[in-house]
Design a protein around this ligand. Structure first.
Ligand code: ADP
Length: 233
């Protein structure tokens, strides 16, 4: 489903952010990506969403070879991949329902489909009854739930969560992780980056460690000590 073969990304001719990364992620897998700041995690995710292009190597996602991808195919690719960020990125002037609906409006869904789909997704993330709240009336954890709802409303095959708990206290962080697990359980591949070693240890999922643009380790059901993996509490 996700295949990277010796992928290199060089910024500005000299800064090698990723150096011949090879990675294979099966459909429905849950993979945690860890590594120190500057290791190359965000670059890896940006290559997957095509925000950045690889300098060399091969990327194939869901049968789409990124070398053959045309600009007109990118919206279709983005429908297959949902993304959640640390800072939520909600539309401040739209309420919860409208924030999620917007992701459907821009790809041409009609009102009927929107009225049908959005409540179901808000239910999955535990925001039923809060449809009319504005982002500023929500807690950080609730805002992140809206962002997750928006990311999954088009039923992507892959959900990328880049430090989704970075701005949250431990309780809300774990609530968000449980939602990611639920979404994964429903069949979506999840790629999660985190600095939170407790989350890594509790999840007991595959952990890929990136160090200086290379894959330093790739372990199933990994459990890390407090000091390993370049992660902080
Ligand atoms: P991480 O997400 O693990 O913190 P990044 O992927 O953001 O790491 O960064 C990896 C390396 O690439 C770093 O040396 C960083 O300075 C560099 N880098 C990231 N984005 C850019 C960019 N747009 N232009 C130039 N260098 C960049």
């Amino acid at each position: 489903m996700i295949l990277l073969d010796r992928v290199t990304k060089v910024y500005n001719r000299s800064n090698t952010a990723l150096d011949r990364i090879s990675l294979h992620v099966e459909p429905k897998e849950f993979v945690i990506i860890i590594g120190k700041s500057g290791a190359g995690k965000s670059t890896l995710l940006k290559l997957l969403t095509r925000e950045e292009r690889q300098t060399s190597g091969k990327i194939v996602i869901g049968g789409i070879d990124y070398d053959k991808l045309k600009d007109k195919d990118i919206p279709l690719l983005r429908r297959k991949i949902g993304v959640v960020f640390q800072d939520f990125k909600l539309l401040p002037n739209r309420n919860v329902f409208e924030n999620v609906a917007f992701a459907l409006e821009i790809v041409g869904f009609g009102n009927k489909e929107i009225e049908h789909t959005v409540p179901r997704v808000l239910d999955i993330v535990g925001l039923k009854g809060k449809e009319k709240r504005m982002p500023q009336e929500l807690s950080g954890g609730e805002r992140q739930r809206v962002a997750i709802a928006r990311a999954i409303v088009r039923q992507p095959k892959i959900l990328i969560a880049d430090e989704p708990t970075g701005n949250l206290d431990p309780k809300h962080a774990w609530d968000i992780i449980k939602i990611l697990e639920k979404i994964n359980h429903y069949g979506t591949t999840v790629l999660l980056t985190t600095h939170n070693i407790e989350i890594v240890n509790k999840l007991k999922r595959r952990v890929v460690t990136i160090d200086d643009g290379r894959i330093a380790s790739d372990r199933a059901n990994a459990d890390y000590g407090q000091t390993q993996g370049g992660a902080r509490g």
